[in-house]
Design a protein around this ligand. Structure first.
Ligand SMILES: *[C@@H]1O[C@H](CO)[C@@H](O)[C@H](O)[C@H]1NC(C)=O
Ligand SMILES: *[C@@H]1O[C@H](CO)[C@@H](O)[C@H](O)[C@H]1NC(C)=O
Ligand SMILES: *[C@@H]1O[C@H](CO)[C@@H](O)[C@H](O)[C@H]1NC(C)=O
Ligand SMILES: *[C@@H]1O[C@H](CO)[C@@H](O)[C@H](O)[C@H]1NC(C)=O
Ligand SMILES: *[C@@H]1O[C@H](CO)[C@@H](O)[C@H](O)[C@H]1NC(C)=O
Ligand SMILES: *[C@@H]1O[C@H](CO)[C@@H](O)[C@H](O)[C@H]1NC(C)=O
Ligand SMILES: *[C@@H]1O[C@H](CO)[C@@H](O)[C@H](O)[C@H]1NC(C)=O
Ligand SMILES: *[C@@H]1O[C@H](CO)[C@@H](O)[C@H](O)[C@H]1NC(C)=O
Ligand SMILES: *[C@@H]1O[C@H](CO)[C@@H](O)[C@H](O)[C@H]1NC(C)=O
Ligand SMILES: *[C@@H]1O[C@H](CO)[C@@H](O)[C@H](O)[C@H]1NC(C)=O
Ligand SMILES: *[C@@H]1O[C@H](CO)[C@@H](O)[C@H](O)[C@H]1NC(C)=O
Ligand SMILES: *[C@@H]1O[C@H](CO)[C@@H](O)[C@H](O)[C@H]1NC(C)=O
Length: 679
């Protein structure tokens, strides 16, 4: 009441006070997955993004929605470039290739070839060794020069590839090169040229690829700076693939996992739901390795028989797709005695472990809810649960205030909001039960507060923030603390979308934005907020008694980490018109104990500029007073973590057995009528 009164009287320039006592018993164990990553290929977050391939339209993939084309390729030296479906294609999945011929004889140059513009340029970094390859078909005996070239025709890096190809088969050639300098921008093209005198008949090219070094040096791997940025968030789960991108825009295209595995020549591509062809170079195995490399628990999205166009697979035809999901799980988890497990082993991968499966994505939208409720969800649930009793099955929507998922399923709740609307949801999950745990699979503040609006304006052309902005990030932090205080029943939260290439800019804001130039990678204000909150995990929430102040404008949680023995407070000071003075004491933590306070600030309405950061981190040490109270002050629009390490808890430090806490039950034993218990 006290702080609310002050808050209402904005004329008082002020410090509000919050006094809290934290008990050492009676709390709840929390989910070990509280902060994670959600990924779908949107606005070139996959191709041209996390997936490190640098050549755009490398295999002329297409279909009836996105027909094959020669976009991003240019002819050099008077060459004539054409798409061809040869009677001998590179593979049945890649039937279309690029044919080069000498054109109508008016060749003015001594060399001929083609260039690729990349994903709006190429990164040029002198310490990187790049690895390339391409396939040729047709009679050609020459040296092809592959050159990473500046716009002023300066050669940054060059390879000479001896080609002796014939018209009896497709031959693959490999090359490597290392730039001589770090280019100050990504204005470069990749040029393939050879003496025109060596060309006697048309020659064909396909699957032209170039990779920079990848995260953990994986072949067909992921972009290092983006993976490192993710790794710094200490993400605990990975919801993929999608988002809308798993659904497909219209029949017959959906994210059919079998078309995303095996050699790249087996992957036909997919008309992604966000307006561009996906190569499927980033496929199911790549997602699993991504999760493994960042030590994240996969939350695997399987297709639920519904296209974004609103079309659902009828009940009597659904079995094929349910079986496909079961095959997918067998592919990931089965041993060599199973058909799909054996195929995975043949690709060189041991089994993966899947504990969470989400059935579809946002099936409540576009008219999906009736069929989802009537038969789609149940069909997948029954089949998967029968085969894998230990699994937590997640329904793709969850109206917290209305329908709950059936059986013992979890639900996925998404929230896109404006700041004040987000901040009001601190208590949203308080009345929730652990019968149906909740995934906050997508959330973000997407627009500024505006007079007379209570939520985002979804109409086309409505204002959006370019990148996340600080008071929006503070509001998200309040929402996340609301999840943390209920994290005995909330699996975890993931910001969405996670990534975007600046050159394919529409869904804004995104957590991390980038383009081909490494110096442009932009970690948003929300990124820094999540990094702080996720960096210190509370394994047990502890009961708080608030004797002064209350929630709003300051919001906070308290708890302990039973691995490190730390006591932890996380707090956000929102629109307070002043700072907030906190006085926190922990039962059993006595006088003279010291804690580390870290808090983030930024100008209220600031967004990170391209490649820059407006968020400031402040660190200090706080020592408990003679009566064991930690006093600290947080300015308006700040986000803080106070951590009192076990070693410095001081006199009287004690914490009772964390194993005895109620709360998070883990994926093995959710309650509910059909609850099974794995082993
Ligand atoms: C190649 O075949 C596909 C599928 O039949 C067709 O859509 C496309 O137009 C063909 N492309 C060319 C260049 O013939
Ligand atoms: C290609 O280059 C190699 C070595 O640089 C040379 O020996 C060979 O003769 C060249 N081949 C052609 C067809 O020019
Ligand atoms: C070169 O790159 C910079 C930075 O990415 C960009 O602003 C500029 O427009 C580019 N110049 C040309 C000529 O494309
Ligand atoms: C490389 O390709 C670009 C883009 O097509 C072209 O403008 C440039 O002249 C080429 N440079 C060389 C040396 O072939
Ligand atoms: C998925 O794709 C594969 C390979 O193209 C195809 O054989 C299979 O029928 C598709 N699955 C379904 C359920 O349509
Ligand atoms: C402060 O935030 C709350 C939401 O927590 C909102 O209702 C209120 O309008 C905001 N006040 C101001 C002055 O922006
Ligand atoms: C939770 O339940 C209490 C008691 O019924 C009620 O007062 C409160 O409004 C509920 N909170 C939410 C967020 O629904
Ligand atoms: C980004 O994706 C959106 C959503 O599909 C699309 O409308 C937009 O054209 C894309 N942006 C650009 C610049 O291509
Ligand atoms: C523990 O969970 C119970 C049941 O959800 C809840 O009433 C209580 O407030 C929680 N305690 C803490 C400290 O989070
Ligand atoms: C924040 O910045 C945006 C974009 O410049 C502007 O539209 C908005 O009015 C600003 N809001 C506040 C509270 O300053
Ligand atoms: C607090 O900071 C000090 C100095 O940086 C460090 O040695 C100590 O480990 C930190 N304690 C905790 C609990 O993070
Ligand atoms: C710690 O606290 C528990 C519960 O209050 C108590 O039973 C136990 O004796 C205490 N342990 C120590 C070492 O003080």
């Amino acid at each position: 009441m006290f702080s609310k009164a002050l808050w209402a009287s904005a004329l008082v320039a002020t410090t509000q006070a919050v006094t809290v006592k934290v008990a050492s018993s009676g709390g709840n164990a929390t989910s070990p997955y509280q902060y994670g990553i959600m990924f779908e290929d949107i606005n070139n977050s996959g191709d041209g993004g996390v997936y490190a391939e640098l050549i755009q339209n490398r295999a002329f993939q297409g279909n009836t929605i996105d027909p094959s084309n020669l976009n991003y390729w240019n002819a050099l030296g008077g060459a004539d470039l054409k798409l061809r479906n040869l009677s001998k294609p590179l593979s049945s999945a890649l039937p279309t290739s690029m044919q080069l011929s000498a054109g109508n004889g008016n060749t003015r140059s001594s060399t001929i070839g083609f260039s690729n513009v990349g994903f709006w340029g190429f990164p040029v970094v002198s310490s990187w060794e790049y690895k390339g390859s391409f396939y040729v078909y047709g009679s050609l005996d020459t040296n092809i020069t592959v050159c990473l070239t500046s716009l002023s025709n300066e050669a940054y890096a060059e390879a000479h590839v001896e080609v002796k190809s014939t018209s009896s088969e497709w031959t693959q050639y490999h090359y490597t090169f290392q730039p001589t300098i770090d280019a100050p921008n990504s204005n470069a093209t990749l040029n393939f040229t050879f003496p025109v005198s060596d060309l006697s008949s048309p020659v064909n090219f396909n699957l032209l690829s170039l990779f920079p070094p990848t995260y953990k040096s994986r072949e067909n791997g992921l972009r290092v700076d983006l993976m490192e940025a993710m790794s710094d968030l200490k993400p605990k789960f990975f919801r993929a693939p999608g988002g809308n991108n798993v659904e497909g825009n219209s029949a017959p295209y959906w994210w059919n996992w079998t078309e995303t595995i095996g050699p790249l020549t087996n992957r036909p591509g997919f008309p992604g739901t966000w307006g561009y062809e996906n190569t499927n170079g980033l496929g199911l195995i790549e997602y699993m390795l991504w999760a493994e490399d960042l030590k994240m628990e996969p939350v695997l999205a399987v297709w639920s028989g519904f296209w974004l166009s609103g079309q659902a697979v009828p009940e009597d035809e659904l079995k094929t797709y349910v079986n496909s999901a079961l095959d997918e799980l067998e592919f990931l988890m089965g041993d060599v005695s199973t058909k799909w497990g054996a195929y995975r082993e043949s690709l060189g991968y041991g089994p993966f472990q899947i504990n969470f499966v989400e059935v579809g994505n946002e099936d409540s939208l576009n008219g999906g809810a009736p069929t989802y409720a009537a038969y789609r969800f149940n069909a997948f649930y029954d089949a998967i649960k029968a085969a894998y009793p230990h699994m937590t099955i997640i329904a793709s929507f969850y109206d917290v205030d209305g329908a709950t998922p059936p059986f013992d399923a979890a639900g996925d709740f998404h929230e896109y909001a404006i700041p004040n609307q987000m901040a009001k949801q601190f208590g949203k999950f308080d009345n929730y039960t652990s019968e149906h745990p909740l995934l906050l699979g997508e959330y973000a503040v997407i627009e500024y507060n505006q007079p007379h609006t209570t939520g985002p304006q979804w109409t086309p052309g409505a204002p959006r923030a370019f990148t996340p902005f600080w008071y929006g990030s503070c509001a998200e932090a309040i929402f996340l603390l609301g999840a943390e205080r209920n994290s005995d029943k909330i699996i975890g939260a993931s910001y969405a979308p996670g990534f975007q290439n600046f050159n394919r800019w529409e869904w804004i804001p995104d957590l991390i934005e980038f383009d081909a130039y490494p110096g442009h990678t932009t970690l948003s204000t929300s990124y820094h907020m999540i990094k702080l909150l996720a960096g210190t995990l509370i394994t047990e929430n502890l009961p708080m008694t608030i004797s002064d102040g209350g929630f709003g404008p300051a919001f906070f949680v308290a708890g302990r980490n039973s691995v490190t023995g730390s006591h932890i407070v996380k707090a956000v000071n929102y629109n307070s018109t002043g700072s907030t003075q906190f006085s926190f004491s922990f039962e059993g933590v006595g006088k003279g104990a010291t804690g580390n306070l870290t808090y983030l600030t930024a100008p209220m309405n600031a967004s990170n500029p391209i490649g820059g950061n407006v968020v400031q981190s402040h660190g200090s040490s706080v020592t408990a007073s003679h009566d064991g109270v930690f006093h600290f002050k947080l300015p308006e629009y700040s986000i803080a973590v106070l951590e009192i390490g076990a070693e410095s808890a001081g006199e009287g430090y004690n914490y009772s057995d964390p194993g005895k806490r109620q709360g998070w039950k883990g994926w093995k034993s959710w309650g509910g009528p059909l609850g099974h218990h794995g082993n």
